[in-house]
Design a protein around this ligand. Structure first.
Ligand code: LLH
Ligand code: MG
Length: 382
């Protein structure tokens, strides 16, 4: 079997979220937005899919030369080919773009072999406990605008079945942000509301100083939090070594630091974190994320997968490192997360009343695609 094409089909939809000037998402009035369906075709008719945007020039100049004519089951070889092309194309062939191609290849593989991806990757479980991961703090009445608002939302999430809750607190450009004392006030309000049984985590402003991160960490230790992630710029691994040594509170990372599995190997070797982190979009797909999983296991470390979506969910169900959660979100009181986006007939991460998210047993990544919607809202194909 050979890959005969990879294409992107863009289509429009009405979005109810938007990004602020620093890129953090929040609820927004309904507005038109663009999405892309990425399709890999083969000479035997099988196709694999992923959703996201790839620029036409990147597809033509950097991705097609690597994929066309290849056996689609040679995923590692294709991924290595894309990775080498990143050296001179990194501004357009980002890890988040390579991840889309890699996910479509895994989806294709599952469809060819008639198996869900998590079983092909290893196969350890078919469901994983979720934590409710909030959007960043805002200034919206009825949103996440005060410590009490977080407390109310945590109680609501606990009622939905979530065993754990992660606050993303206020970041610029929100008025008054960043503020360690306000972050701690929100964490304290949540702990007081939900009691001692719910697992709690914090992901605060990502550019605090060492001293500010230490104050925050000491406060979270008193509140019995499970971990803190990315309180400082991850380009300074030394700052994380310093913080991890100073705190009993587990520190989780790196999330956004470039460098795929290699940078995570350095962080593990230097004890810069207690829990290793990475998601498909951060490291360039399912293929390299599995390398991080094996790295964490080899170092005897637990791992937390960054972000939701079927790529991350199938890796979590493939892995044997205990204790990990699925990051479900980003959640907000004004957003109905259970409603599928219009290009899907059902969400890819359904959660049961006990807070477990179930991976699909359908071949591939389990996308249930509404092709009619995509056809009716088509904008361009290339
Ligand atoms: O800063 C943000 O908007 C969030 O932290 C976001 O990046 C989210 O993906 C995250 O960090 N989750 O853990
Ligand atoms: Mg994070």
């Amino acid at each position: 079997m050979k890959i005969t094409g990879i294409g992107v089909r863009t289509f429009r939809y009405m979005s109810t979220t938007g990004r602020d000037s620093e890129g953090h998402s929040h609820p927004a009035p309904p507005h038109e937005a663009l999405q892309g369906l990425i399709t890999i075709q083969t000479d035997e008719g099988a196709e694999g899919y992923a959703f996201g945007r790839i620029a036409e020039g990147t597809l033509q100049g950097a991705i097609r030369p690597v994929l066309l004519g290849q056996d689609p089951l040679y995923r590692e070889r294709i991924w290595q080919g894309l990775r080498q092309r990143q050296r001179l194309n990194l501004s357009t062939l980002a890890d988040s773009v390579v991840a889309l191609v890699d996910m479509a290849l895994w989806d294709l593989t599952g469809r060819i072999l008639g198996q869900p991806v998590f079983k092909l990757l290893g196969g350890y479980r078919a469901r994983v406990p979720a934590y409710a991961s909030t959007m960043c703090g805002d200034d919206l009445a009825g949103g996440l605008d005060t410590p009490d608002a977080y407390a109310r939302f945590a109680l609501w999430c606990r009622d939905q079945g979530y065993p754990a809750f992660k606050l993303h607190t206020w970041q610029p450009p929100m008025p008054g942000a960043p503020d360690v004392r306000r972050d701690l006030a929100a964490c304290a309000a949540v702990r007081e509301a939900v009691g001692d049984d719910m697992v709690l985590m914090l992901d605060p402003y990502h550019y605090y100083s060492r001293e500010e991160a230490l104050i925050l960490g000491r406060g979270l230790e008193k509140l019995g939090f499970a971990w803190m992630e990315e309180p400082m710029d991850e380009h300074s691994m030394s700052s994380y070594v310093w913080l991890t040594q100073a705190l009993d509170l587990p520190i989780c990372g790196p999330e956004t630091a470039e460098g795929k599995m290699q940078v995570r190997a350095e962080w593990a070797k230097h004890n810069a974190v207690d829990l290793l982190r990475g998601g498909v979009g951060d490291v360039g797909g399912i293929t390299p994320l599995m390398k991080v999983v094996h790295l964490a296991e080899a170092f005897g470390m637990s791992m937390e997968v960054h972000g939701g979506g079927p790529g991350n969910l199938h890796v979590l169900c493939a892995m044997g490192i205990p204790g990990a959660f699925y990051e479900r979100g980003l959640l907000h009181p004004a957003i109905d997360y259970e409603e599928p986006p219009p290009w899907l007939n059902q969400i890819t991460d359904p959660m049961d009343a006990r807070g477990n998210v179930h991976a699909s047993h359908a071949p591939g990544l389990g996308w249930d695609i509404n092709f009619d919607y995509i056809e009716q809202h088509h904008i361009a194909a290339y």
